[in-house]
Design a protein around this ligand. Structure first.
Ligand code: DC
Length: 210
């Protein structure tokens, strides 16, 4: 079984996907981790992100793995290094490179081959798992998105700067040549701006179990 969830940054999809996976005994897959992990590796290697050919050659040679919902780069668990301001700032740009998306999609399908999963990202319901049994699109207003990131306490940016960075990121994510963030016609749309995590999970669980 595949439960696929898409939505912009800060709509709460990671949090609810984790909870649902636990309640329904499914494996949680955060597809953004793959783009973030590749971005981290590129930054560490000092590769010019505008040089697409170099980025692709580098990404093709990377040993990426996903074990127990943690991303591994060359055998190193980098899960705790994926949400810095620097990775945040560049992951959208890296994920806009079309052939790189193909590398990631192939990897995601490979690591989830024989699993029942709850996955979340930007193109889970549209490109990666178009035949998912359950599809959701979570949304939130830009103010709520920024406030949630601010409240996480992991950013050195001001609330206004966070808002600007999310706006830029969502703009790139919605206008990608492939894998752009959009609402699948058969997805349930949920605006989470004024809902608690528990309320969102409740709506989704009811839909899945119906
Ligand atoms: O969900 P996230 O914020 O961890 O995603 C990080 C970046 O990767 C973000 O810019 C969107 C992009 N992404 C994507 O293009 N496709 C996905 N399936 C998941 C994430």
């Amino acid at each position: 079984m595949v439960v696929a969830i898409d939505g912009p940054a800060g709509c709460g999809k990671s949090t609810v996907a984790k909870i649902l996976a636990e309640r329904l005994h499914l494996t949680f897959l955060n597809s953004g981790s793959f783009y973030r992990g590749i971005t981290l590796a590129l930054l560490r290697a000092g590769i010019d992100l505008k040089d697409e050919q170099k980025v692709l050659d580098f990404a093709r040679g990377l040993n990426l793995d996903y074990v127990n919902s943690h991303l591994f780069l060359e055998g190193e668990d980098v899960e705790d290094l994926l949400h810095t301001d620097q990775v945040d700032a560049y992951a959208a740009q890296v994920s806009a490179i079309v052939p790189l998306r193909h590398i990631v999609n192939e990897k995601i399908r490979e690591v989830t081959k024989s699993l029942s999963i709850v996955c979340e990202g930007r193109d889970m319901t549209t490109v990666v798992f178009p035949n998912a049994e359950h599809k959701f699109y979570l949304d939130a207003s830009i103010d709520v998105q920024a406030q949630r990131r601010f409240n996480q306490g992991v950013s050195d940016l001001s609330l206004e700067e966070i808002k600007e960075s999310i706006r830029k990121r969502d703009e790139i994510d919605k206008n990608k040549a492939e894998g752009a963030l959009k609402i699948a016609p058969d997805a349930l749309y949920i605006d989470t701006s004024h809902l608690t995590i528990e309320e969102v999970c409740e709506i989704m669980t009811r839909k899945i179990q119906n």
